[in-house]
Design a protein around this ligand. Structure first.
Ligand code: FE2
Ligand code: FE2
Length: 161
């Protein structure tokens, strides 16, 4: 299946610029990074979880949300604005630039704005997206385990299907 918007996002200059900024701002960060590997991992994991749970979603919407969900990290590091608050503004600009359908944009922006909050309905797209973001980290191999603020129930010590 062709992912039209997600692939346009990958080539978008604002997206690529922000990703490069995040990479440089995280150069000395000991905790989880937010580069392309993490973003793609969230997309793939969320897609698998949707298929497994029978939750209908446009793969293009899901991968686009995954690519953009941490885009606000630049403002979080430089201005102290939490990235779920700052992210939707940048993501909205990128989605407009790549010609995303307004309804799909709204859904993508909702996922980005809500990705730090656990939705109580385990079958909601929001809950799946939240879980995929957390599950994309392999905590037992992390060198910053002692300093990390994640409680044990959020940490991943094994892989699941
Ligand atoms: Fe995040
Ligand atoms: Fe993330």
């Amino acid at each position: 299946m062709e992912l039209i918007i997600a692939n346009r996002i990958l080539q978008d200059p604002l997206f690529r610029g922000k990703l490069a900024e995040i990479e440089s701002l995280e150069e000395d960060r000991i905790f989880c990074g937010h580069g392309l590997e993490h973003l793609l991992s969230v997309g793939r994991m969320a897609m698998l979880m949707c298929i497994e749970k029978g939750v209908e979603v446009s793969p293009d919407v899901l991968y686009s949300a995954a690519l953009l969900h941490d885009i606000g990290r630049v403002e979080e590091y430089t201005l102290g604005i939490s990235h779920d608050i700052s992210g939707p503004e940048t993501a909205g600009k990128i989605l407009e630039q790549v010609g995303c359908d307004p309804e799909d944009s709204q859904q993508i922006l909702r996922l980005i704005a809500g990705h730090r909050h656990k939705d109580p309905d385990p079958l909601s797209l929001e809950a799946i997206f939240y879980a995929a973001d957390k599950k994309s980290r392999m905590c037992s191999f992390c060198k910053a385990q002692e300093e990390c603020c994640w409680p044990d129930e959020k940490r991943n010590h094994s892989i699941e299907v």
